[in-house]
Write a protein that binds this ligand. Structure first.
Ligand SMILES: C[S@@+](CC[C@H](N)C(=O)[O-])C[C@H]1O[C@@H](n2cnc3c(N)ncnc32)[C@H](O)[C@@H]1O
Length: 274
């Protein structure tokens, strides 16, 4: 398949950066490969046709299609387990005690850049396990991503055996329905978990977000590494704004905030508090 000229490559890199914050400057090979995949999937003649469709795009659909293709969506259940231990051992005991003291039962969590749903569902299962039979909490998890393809997977909530290997056995039993035959077993997230999670498309680069309330926990892991410094800086101040007092922010374990100006207190690696 023909390669893009240097000029068109630069134009696409600029477009992706402007629209998503993802920096592809030194990722020529990656972009070529992803465009080739997109062209094959959609029956386009090649990368040049993708660029001309993008230029004539009134609906924004081709842009969504491109961002779907260039974003890196790797995720898995209970990724970075220290966060889930922290939730059960520290965050939930503190949060539930504080809310009880304030006679409140509302708990709001945001999984920002949720990919195909493993992260918000891991959060939901951890919380359900902690709460046991206590159904008195009004718990909601908002799961957002820029990729509509990934959001559709999250909404389906169907995973393969390979994808659930990191889920503790007791949680597989409690929170997944096994369907399919022996060769092709699939694991469907149960409604009890699903109904806690709402999936929405949201671009983290937007200068403001359409939220009326604040979150007790914002989980934004393994996406800031793709952003440059000013983008990260602005994102951190928006997160601060949308966290309630005493609320927590989780970043990826490889995404330390030490080089940025921010208003959070560091609690432990990749855990911050407002
Ligand atoms: C590597 S995945 C991380 C998923 C999950 N947070 C985890 O740690 O397992 C990064 C996700 O960020 C999303 N993403 C990239 N740029 C974004 C943006 N500007 N706004 C929202 N999501 C974005 C991608 O679509 C992808 O699903």
């Amino acid at each position: 398949m023909a390669r893009l000229s240097e000029k068109l490559f630069k134009e696409l890199v600029d477009l992706v950066y402007r629209e998503s914050g993802i920096v592809l400057d030194n990722k020529r090979e990656l972009l070529d490969a992803r465009l080739a995949t997109l062209a094959r999937k959609k029956g386009y003649k090649g990368p040049e046709e993708i660029v001309s469709l993008l230029k004539a795009d009134q609906s924004g659909d081709h842009l969504v299609e491109l961002l779907d293709q260039v974003s890196t969506n790797l995720t898995f259940f209970f990724r970075e387990p220290a966060h889930f231990n922290f939730i059960s051992k520290t965050l939930l005991p503190e949060l539930t005690a504080r809310k009880r003291g304030q006679r409140q039962n509302r708990v709001r969590i945001w999984s920002a850049a949720c990919s195909s749903g493993e992260e918000p569902y891991s959060l939901a299962m951890t919380i359900l396990e902690y709460l046991g039979n206590d159904r008195s909490w009004d718990l909601k998890i908002l799961a957002t991503d820029i990729s509509t393809r990934m959001l559709r997977k999250g909404i389906d909530g169907v995973y393969t055996k390979q994808q659930v290997v990191k889920v503790p056995t007791v949680m597989v039993q409690n929170y997944f329905e096994r369907t399919g035959d022996r060769q092709n077993t699939v694991y469907q997230i149960k409604d009890e978990v699903k109904k806690l999670v709402t999936f929405r498309r949201l671009n983290l680069l937007d200068s403001d977000y359409p939220f009326s309330g604040k979150f007790d926990l914002i989980v934004c892991r393994n996406v800031m590494i793709y952003f440059d410094l000013p983008t990260k800086q602005a994102l951190l101040s928006r997160f601060h704004r949308y966290l309630s007092d005493g609320g927590h922010l989780f970043t990826g374990h490889a995404e330390s905030l030490t080089s940025y100006e921010h208003l959070f207190k560091r609690v432990q690696v990749a855990v911050y508090k407002k």
